[in-house]
Design a protein around this ligand. Structure first.
Ligand SMILES: [Zn+2]
Length: 263
């Protein structure tokens, strides 16, 4: 069986990897409430699973780092069990992980985010780390469900707002991957943000940023419609996300790292 998890290799096996022909993925998620029906670790579980599946599908050599469980989740602190890092802690953590990999000569590193609350920080990290390691390594950051947004939009059943947090998409993904962790107390909530400029839908692509405390939007913490989720749809979403990330890995392996421009 092929191993795709870097932490399951020995140091000698890692040392034997071709630095220029290997992509390393760093999954990023969160420990935060996911409604009444799903576990706190949902985002990290999904980002890790999509990352491993994309390594299996990619033609290029790719390996997955162990995901740090915690992310940036102050907007979920109204719910028991949520653990948030401060933004600067999250930035420092990812900076140190990537710095270690670059120190060992790895040149192609992808931050694979699975939590909306991390997305802005992942964007900043792609830029600051890309600048810090310019000429030695190329750093890319993405949110895996945004990478597969077109396929997800084709597969979805819910109206806008139905795929927010612990809604149709995440629930279906977990029903496919970890059905034993999905309960049946799901609540459906199409939240009112009070502005047409602010949607809580995963695929909304808001043009305005502001802090929204999820406790103000939903009693259960769910934003969206988990009742429309089913494991078959979850399998299709999962395949779409893994394929999209594998496609990116196979392109990323061709990107120059020595300061030349992309063509
Ligand atoms: Zn989530």
């Amino acid at each position: 069986m092929t191993v795709f998890r870097l932490n399951e290799l020995t140091t000698r096996q890692v040392d034997a990897l071709d630095r220029d022909a290997t992509v390393l993925l760093v999954p990023l998620g969160s420990v935060e409430q996911h409604g009444w029906h799903m576990p706190l670790g949902t985002d990290t579980i999904l980002a890790d699973a999509v990352s491993v599946a994309s390594c299996e599908r990619a033609c290029a050599g790719a390996f997955v780092l162990p995901a740090p469980w915690f992310g940036y989740s102050p907007h979920h602190m109204g719910f028991a069990g949520t653990v948030t890092l401060r933004a600067e802690t999250f930035m420092s953590l990812v900076t140190d992980v990537v710095g270690s990999l670059v120190a060992h000569g790895f040149r192609r590193i992808v931050l694979v985010n699975g939590h909306g609350g991390n997305a802005a920080l992942v964007g900043v990290l792609s830029s600051t780390l890309g600048h810090a390691h310019r000429g030695r390594a190329r750093i890319a950051g993405l949110t895996y469900f945004q990478l597969a947004a077109n396929e997800i939009a084709r597969l979805r059943k819910s109206a806008p707002g139905g795929m927010g947090h612990a809604g149709e998409f995440e629930t279906a993904m977990m029903q496919h991957l970890r059905p034993e962790l999905v309960g049946d107390e799901a609540e459906t909530v199409y939240p009112e943000t009070g502005s047409r400029h602010l949607s809580t839908d995963l695929l909304a692509g808001n043009r305005v940023s502001t802090f929204l405390d999820f406790a103000d939007l939903s009693a259960s913490g769910t934003l969206g419609d988990p009742s429309l989720a089913d494991p078959q749809a979850g399998a299709a979403y999962f395949a779409a996300c893994a394929d999209a990330l594998a496609g990116f890995i196979d392109e990323f392996i061709t990107w120059p790292v020595n300061g030349e421009q992309l063509e």
